[in-house]
Design a protein. Structure first.
Length: 388
């Protein structure tokens, strides 16, 4: 049964391989590759901007994939072929969506500005302590008086349709993209095989629920006829009642506990964003991400921050928009999608880096001892004179 709540999975791909076994920079939710090849998910950063007025989500992703050190059949057959050409020919990715997406080239440099925006706020704090010392050592002690240490703290038609229909073939940012409508997961996997991609058990398991829910599958691969030497970043826009990130991956892409990659998540929407894994009523709170930033951002500043990747004229909402960011170092390791909700009444949040200046009150103990001794003698004399 097709769910009313739409969700979208998008994927991008930017392959920059200058040396063998360098991770290709790609944006993908489910990697697919030729038989005999293997690619693994590496670090990624994503940007999700959801317009509450139009219910359109814009999605940009900067990701990296790595290839294990294996000898490839294509290397043996074509020794003159470069590693970059091999990877471009061998690698692709899939992205399911609830409706036919709009795919355009974007700008991955947006993440540099976003990373700068969410840096912790710096606050300075004096910490005082009493430090008794002999006055004879004063020259040595005073040399340490202005020493500071920094610590980090987180503040808080009626005819039977074919099993796989190609709705659209487009070329964008150095990719060939086939937008597919599938009614049977095994037929979709067969389509992939026919296009020289490996039939993996985990791939079929991954795609099955999306096909059952009637989603569209977009298949990306390198455009061998393109004159471009490198593929670009892609922005994919789609309509959804609730914004979503393709957190779910095939099981053969899971990483062992404690060995996850860094997933940087940036979400723009009408309030402080929160995440949940899965859909109601079985959804559970997403607690894997460390919150780094969540504050309202003026539209002019947002345009400056994300405009190169997502032109703000495509975000029609005039509501106050927030930017929320997390770091998740457990991904990929989930079989659930990550859905976002918003709360415009929540408290803003920004990490704080506290710089502690160590301050000391120096007490010359030798002088204090002499003063105490003198006071004692004076009191003794006064008491003695008063008794005579």
């Amino acid at each position: 049964m097709r769910r009313k709540h739409s969700s979208w999975w998008v994927c991008l791909l930017t392959i920059f391989l200058a040396f063998r076994d360098t991770p290709p920079c790609v944006d993908a939710c489910c990697p697919v590759f030729r038989d005999g090849q293997d690619f693994r998910i590496a670090d990624q950063r994503i940007l999700v901007a959801w317009d509450p007025e139009t219910k359109i989500e814009h999605f940009v992703r900067e990701a990296a994939f790595k290839r294990p050190r294996i000898q490839r059949l294509s290397d043996q057959q074509s020794p003159a072929k470069t590693d970059r050409q091999n990877d471009q020919d061998d690698f692709g990715f899939l992205g399911p969506s609830p409706s036919q997406p709009q795919i355009e080239e974007s700008d991955a440099s947006v993440f540099t500005g976003l990373d700068a925006k969410i840096q912790p706020r710096v606050q300075y704090k004096d910490r005082w302590s009493v430090n008794p010392f002999p006055i004879a050592l004063a020259p040595f002690v005073l040399l340490q008086a202005n020493k500071s240490v920094a610590t980090r703290a987180n503040v808080d038609s009626e005819a039977i349709p074919p099993a796989v229909s190609v709705l659209q073939n487009i070329k964008v940012a150095g990719y060939e993209v086939a937008v597919l409508k599938a009614s049977d997961a095994s037929e979709l996997v067969q389509w992939l095989q026919d296009h020289q991609y490996q039939d993996r058990k985990d791939l079929q398991e991954w795609v099955t629920p999306y096909v059952q829910n009637g989603w569209i599958i977009s298949a990306f691969k390198y455009d061998s006829s393109s004159s471009r030497t490198e593929v670009g970043t892609v922005r994919i826009s789609f309509q959804t009642d609730h914004p979503v990130f393709p957190y779910r991956v095939p099981k053969d892409q899971f990483t062992p506990e404690g060995q996850g990659n860094r997933l940087g998540v940036f979400v723009v929407g009408p309030g402080r964003a929160s995440g949940s894994l899965g859909q109601r009523p079985s959804a559970e709170a997403w607690n894997r991400g460390q919150l780094r930033f969540s504050m309202p951002v003026a539209r002019a500043e947002l345009n400056e921050l994300i405009g190169p990747a997502i032109p703000m004229d495509q975000v029609k909402s005039r509501e106050s928009l927030w930017l929320t960011a997390w770091d998740d170092r457990t991904w990929p390791s989930s079989d659930q999608d990550l859905w976002f909700g918003f709360d415009s009444t929540a408290e803003p949040y920004q990490q704080v880096r506290t710089v502690v200046n160590e301050r000391s009150i120096y007490l010359p103990i030798d002088i204090l001892c002499l003063a105490t001794l003198g006071a004692g003698l004076w009191v003794r004399r006064r008491v003695g004179s008063s008794t005579h």
